[in-house]
Design a protein around this ligand. Sequence first.
Ligand code: ADP
Ligand code: MG
Length: 293
Amino acid sequence: MSLILCESLVRIYQTGSIEVQALQGLDLAVDAGEMVAVVGASGSGKSTLLSILAGIDAPTAGRAHIDRWDLLAMSRADRVRYRRQTVGFVRQQTASNLVPYLSARQVIDLPMAAAGVPGRARRERTAELLETLGVTDCADRRPAQMSGGQQQRVAIAVALANRPRILLADEPTGELDTATSAEVFGALRHVNREFGVTVVVVTHDPAVSGQVERTVAIRDGRTSSEVLRRTATAANGDTHMIAEEYAVMDRAGRVQIPREYREALDLTRRVRLALEADHITVQAADRAGEENR
Ligand code: ADP
Ligand code: MG
């Protein structure tokens, strides 16, 4: 069963008389232990999706089940519990994840103190997280005394302090250079393997999304395609990565045909579908037939 299951998720923002459909029927299923990258143009709804998964924002319609929670039917108290126990969140702005006057050790301790974890367990968990994220040497430093990459690794430690099942990161490398992005992304992959935490990370960096097994593309508030990567072993023992792109079909059977395909075959409003023994064909509608209608 999926740990995260969103079906036909809709989020409409209303500002005055203007309505923005940030999510327009998004489908997403993520299994426990997976690491998924979410990509898409600016304004496609990535941050809206992550805010909903984080329990910061509520969907307008659709289904969103995460762990044992139904995000469309949560009380305010449930939401607080959900945010404290089930998800950890890392923001893009390195500065907004930390507190200027607190050391790494102190800021990692904060969410555990808020959850009432005893002092000794807190100290042990803090040491473990600093070690796992390779920032033990930053334990007593404040953000201003750390590099951008170290700040984001400490932010990951803060997000993981209360052992959430899900780690969400919204463009965590957006403000970093390429080498530092790779370092932070490496840290996300490491905690995914080390702790088994499920990771959903938004990125616009193709080099970064190329490193995860599964990339989900969002377009206009919908999941439009997924790329799955796996390593294959050739007869001579060499291994190489295979990436395959899939279109995503929603529960009503809708599939988006990429623009390049539509343009190449001049597909417009009507297309002819035909069921073959093991596949379906999509063809331009017969123009003559259209004229005779
Ligand atoms: P992304 O993270 O992919 O760039 P967002 O989820 O931030 O996209 O935004 C999706 C759409 O929703 C955009 O058109 C954006 O302008 C709009 N939007 C996001 N947040 C709000 C808000 N609080 N109020 C009104 N519109 C919003
Ligand atoms: Mg965004």
